[in-house]
Ligand binder design. Structure first.
Ligand code: CP3
Length: 331
């Protein structure tokens, strides 16, 4: 669709880099914010009051479906998630339950209704869910991992159980996204943040069929779907094949090269390095100029970072960046 400027939004555009978020988090835990529609609404709207973003992303967390699946977790001291009893065996994988998101995650859907009411059509609202590989990696590792040893051991060692598990995760993600669309989100993003740990061959075997199922389920509901991952430069063609109207590209690959791999018939989202925002503004603008030059003014570029805004980022830099993208791309 034609646009008058390149649209911009940021992953983690609500978060610890903003003082108003930190103030609210002094009084409420992360899970409390996620489970209380008034608080989730407030946090979702915080960046919109200060930054020229063209979309809101629902404030929630990727891991919320783990609890109703029977895999309880917590965020310890804001240090990231911990799963008390990670899934380590085939039998563990078989025990995971499907659930009705309209019951178990009703608070998320209520937050969507509230945010939509507050936005009153000013900007679209993006909903999201975790992809099977990424969600499986948390459930199996018990937290964040850099090697994914337990996940890959199960994937390679018990492929049939892996596929049954991922089919269930894909079903859960599909149901959850459809429930979010029915509640009012205008677009959905599927976060496969850590799938860049797989090569193309393994992606094709262990992840692609499940991702395809999610994008097919969403496609029937008429809202655009964004397919996001980090470190996926070498598997962008496979991500494209799995689905998504928009494919994310991180900062390790130049945007024009990424777009070649994604294909001109799809939109692209990215690809500024989030750590560039920690440097001086002239460098932020120079790096942004490069991303925009490589996008070449083609329709279908959504400006974003290659991953989420980091807590140490000066809020002024985020404000200046969004304004700069709009100024430089006004058509
Ligand atoms: O992007 C947004 O603004 C929407 C909100 C959002 C959060 N988490 C809030 C959050 C989204 C889209 C997520 C997704 C998410 N959560 C992912 C996939 C995205 C990604 O980063 O690739 C993952 C892997 C998670 C799980 C998770 N939640 C981790 C690993 C952590 C700890 C890392 C950290 O930054 O501390 C969280 C905590 C979390 N979720 C925070 C926020 C804003 C940190 C803020 C806090 O502690 O108050």
């Amino acid at each position: 669709m034609p646009v008058d400027v390149t649209p911009v939004w940021f992953m983690r555009q609500a978060g610890r880099y903003m003082s108003e978020y930190r103030a609210l988090r002094e009084r409420h835990s992360l899970l409390e914010v996620c489970r209380t529609p008034d608080l989730a609404t407030e946090v979702t709207l915080q960046p919109l009051r200060r930054i020229e973003v063209d979309a809101a992303i629902l404030f929630s967390d990727l891991l919320l479906p783990l609890e109703p699946m029977g895999v309880p977790f917590d965020f310890l001291h804001g240090e990231g998630p911990t799963i008390a009893t990670p899934l380590r065996t085939e039998a563990d994988l078989e025990r995971v339950r499907c659930f009705e998101p309209r019951e178990a995650l009703a608070f998320v859907l209520e937050a969507i209704v509230q945010v939509k009411r507050e936005l009153a059509g000013r900007v679209p609202l993006i909903g999201f869910a975790g992809a099977p590989f990424t969600l499986a990696s948390y459930a199996i590792e018990g937290g964040h991992s850099s090697t994914f040893v337990h996940t890959k051991a199960l994937m390679y060692g018990s492929p049939a159980a892996w596929h049954r598990f991922c089919e269930r995760l894909a079903g859960i993600a599909s149901d959850y996204l459809v429930a979010q669309i029915e509640a009012g989100v205008d677009a959905v993003q599927v976060f496969d943040s850590w799938v860049g740990a797989l090569n193309a061959r393994d992606y094709r075997e262990f992840a692609l069929p499940h991702m395809r199922r999610i994008f097919q389920a969403v496609a029937a509901h008429g809202v655009p779907a964004i397919h996001f991952g980090v470190g996926t430069g070498t598997i962008l063609a496979e991500l494209r094949e799995a689905g998504g109207d928009v494919i994310g590209a991180d900062w390790r690959i130049p945007l024009d090269e990424a777009w070649d791999r994604i294909g001109a018939d799809r939109a692209i989202q990215g690809n500024l390095d989030p750590t560039v925002l920690l440097g001086p503004l002239d460098r932020v603008f120079a790096a942004t100029d490069e991303v925009l030059a490589r996008a070449g003014g083609r329709l279908g570029h959504i400006f974003n970072l290659g991953h989420g805004i980091l807590p140490a980022t000066p809020v002024e830099h985020v404000q200046a960046l969004a304004r700069y993208v709009h100024q430089q791309t006004r058509r």
